[in-house]
Structure formats: structure tokens, C-alpha cells
Design a protein around this ligand. Structure first.
Ligand code: PBG
Length: 325
């Protein structure tokens, strides 16, 4: 089987054949587009650190969803920027909360759109942490109460899926219990199971106005150096009822995506986060890289590592590339 009998280049000379033996193919079905919904009317604030992304008021969110849907991307992940914040994030549970309003409006005008609601307190608390502060740190079990309330409220508004991103222990079980109690047993949970304390979230915190006012998230998000711990996080979330498990960020954690997929054979989501997106945009704007090519290479690598679902700000652009083929 040695050279010259085996020539791996034989399969590379013809583009039709290259396509035939392509192992990993991206599809628009893989993508979820994150959106930032804010209060007011006719608001379309460009997010400086995330070129092409905006804080959108409800009616503009609906318009954006029409465009997203037309590109073939049929799922969005919603984040809210409320008018007022409070100590424990209760504003996130209001019947007319900003994300609740957006969900109802999208369901009415773009009924085919699959709506995933992020569940976390950091966009809704005055201090910017993901839960209630007691004695200077986020209190786990108190936070579970507000998270479960928020999840039920978002399901009542019509969310198709709940995605807790807070990293409290036990939140998947508590949310599942409360959803079921309120007859939302058909609503799946996609848990941010292995979510790292990452520098790659920088642009998002500008977009969602959710940077912590003191300290950092190291007491609840994971240490970037750990991957055995990621498997324990994922296993616990599965035991508590998670239907899809997520690894976040994606690019610096491809090994974690790979391990999670191989270990659990569950549907795996990967979040190609804001900083990963913005680095590509910044380098492309400088003509240092071919932005489109690098975007497709990155998304392919995330899928190749084992992700079934890719949450990415590139979703529509990548869909347009795929549609052109
Ligand atoms: C909220 C949350 C964050 C992201 C998603 N949900 C920020 C954070 O944990 O600080 C980051 C997403 C991105 O960077 O694109 N807990």
C-alpha cells in the first residue's frame, strides 16, 4: 500500500470528486442566529465591536427575522436588553418583558421561525452578574428560583426552546421541573453545559450591556484549562434532563466538543461566540485574511469536531454562501 500505489492526491484532482468525498458538509439547517432585542421603537443600534449586528427594537427584530428566514436559517436565539434592571433579574420574568414581547411578535409575523430563548440574569441585573448576589458572590440556590421563573415566563410567551446560560448547579433540573409543572413538557432544554469563563465574550457584553460591574464570572463559569470537568458538567445536565448540550466558546474548545460528542452521543451545540466572530471581521476588514473563506473554514471545523448545531453571528452570511453553491 506504499507509494507509488497509494496516491492520496488521486481524489483531489477533480472538483466533482472532491465534493463527493467531502466528509463534513455544512447546511443552513445547522445554524442558529443570535439576536439582541431592545426596548423602544424603530431602534437599530449598530454594535461597534460586532460589525453587521444590531440592538433591535421589537418590530425591527421581526423584520430581521423575515430576512433571516428568507436566507434559509430557521432558528434564532434571543437576548434581551431591558429598559430597567434590578437586583435579582426579576424584570426578566415579566409578562411584557422585552424578550416575551419579541417572541409574541415573531410568532405572529414569522410563524415558521424556531425561537430559542436564552435564560440568564446578567442582562437584567444592575450588577451584571448571572444571579442574585449574597455576601459578595452569586448565590446558587436563590438564583435557581429566578431562572426557573424566567424560563416558564418565556415558554408562556411562546418560546420553542429554553437555553440556560448561567452555569448555576442544578438549574437544568429545576427548570425542567417547573416547565413540566406548567405543562410545557414538550419544550426542550438546550443547556450551556460546558461554558467557560472566556475572554471571547467581550463584544457580547457590549451588545447585551451585561458586563459584570465588579469581579468576574470565575466562580460559576468553567476554567479554560479543564476538559474532564466539562464532561462532568455535561453528564450532570443530561441527568437533570437536558435534551441538547452546548459547548461554549467553540473554537478554542474543539477538543471539548469532540470529547462530549464521543462520550455522550447526544445532540451537541457549539456557540461560535462574539469574540470569535469579531476577530474574523477585524482581520478581514484589514485585508489580512479572506473573511468569507475563513468563516466557512471555521464553521466546518466546528461541525467536523462533532457539533450538530452551530450558534453563530455568521449564520446568514454563511447561508448565503451555501445558497450560492
Ligand atoms: C450570558 C451569556 C453570555 C454569552 C451568551 N450568554 C455572556 C457571558 O457569559 O458573559 C456570550 C455570547 C457571545 O459572546 O457571543 N450569560
Amino acid at each position: 500500500m506504499d507509494f507509488p500505489i497509494t496516491r492520496l492526491r488521486r481524489l483531489r484532482y477533480n472538483s466533482v470528486l472532491r465534493q463527493m468525498v467531502t466528509e463534513t458538509k455544512l447546511s443552513v439547517d445547522d445554524f442558529v442566529m443570535p439576536l439582541f432585542v431592545c426596548t423602544g421603537t424603530n431602534v437599530r443600534n449598530h454594535i461597534n465591536s460586532m460589525p453587521g449586528n444590531y440592538q433591535l427594537s421589537v418590530e425591527n427584530t421581526v423584520e430581521e427575522c423575515k430576512k433571516i428566514y428568507a436566507s434559509g436559517v430557521k432558528a434564532v436565539l434571543l437576548f434581551g436588553i431591558p429598559a430597567h434592571k434590578d437586583e435579582d433579574g426579576s424584570v426578566a420574568c415579566e409578562h411584557d418583558g422585552i424578550v416575551q414581547q419579541a417572541i409574541r411578535a415573531i410568532k405572529k409575523d414569522v410563524p415558521g421561525m424556531y425561537i430559542i430563548a436564552d435564560v440568564c440574569n446578567c442582562e437584567y441585573t444592575t450588577h451584571g452578574h448571572c444571579g442574585t448576589i449574597i455576601d459578595g458572590d452569586v448565590d446558587n440556590d436563590t438564583t435557581l428560583v429566578t431562572l426557573a421563573k424566567q424560563a416558564v415566563s418565556l415558554a408562556e410567551a411562546g418560546a420553542d426552546m429554553i437555553a440556560p446560560s448561567d452555569m448555576m448547579d442544578g438549574r437544568v433540573g429545576r427548570i425542567r421541573e417547573q416547565l413540566d409543572k406548567h405543562h410545557f413538557e414538550k419544550i426542550p432544554i438546550m443547556s450551556y453545559a460546558a461554558k467557560y469563563a472566556s475572554g471571547f465574550y467581550g463584544p457580547f457584553r457590549e451588545a447585551a450591556e451585561s458586563a459584570p460591574k465588579f469581579g468576574n464570572r470565575a466562580t460559576y463559569q468553567m476554567n479554560p484549562a479543564n476538559s474532564n470537568e466539562a464532561l462532568r458538567e455535561v453528564e450532570l445536565d443530561i441527568m437533570e434532563g437536558a435534551d441538547i448540550v452546548m459547548v461554549k466558546p467553540a473554537l478554542s474548545y474543539l477538543d471539548v466538543i469532540y470529547r462530549v460528542k464521543n462520550e455522550f452521543r447526544m445532540p451537541v451545540a457549539a456557540y461560535n461566540v462574539s469574540g470569535e466572530f469579531s476577530m474574523v471581521k477585524a482581520a478581514a476588514q484589514n485585508d489580512w485574511i479572506d473573511g468569507e473563506r475563513v468563516m466557512m473554514e471555521i464553521l466546518t471545523s466546528i461541525k467536523r469536531a462533532g457539533a450538530d448545531i452551530i450558534i453563530t453571528y455568521h449564520a446568514v452570511e454563511a447561508a448565503n454562501v451555501l445558497n450560492r453553491k
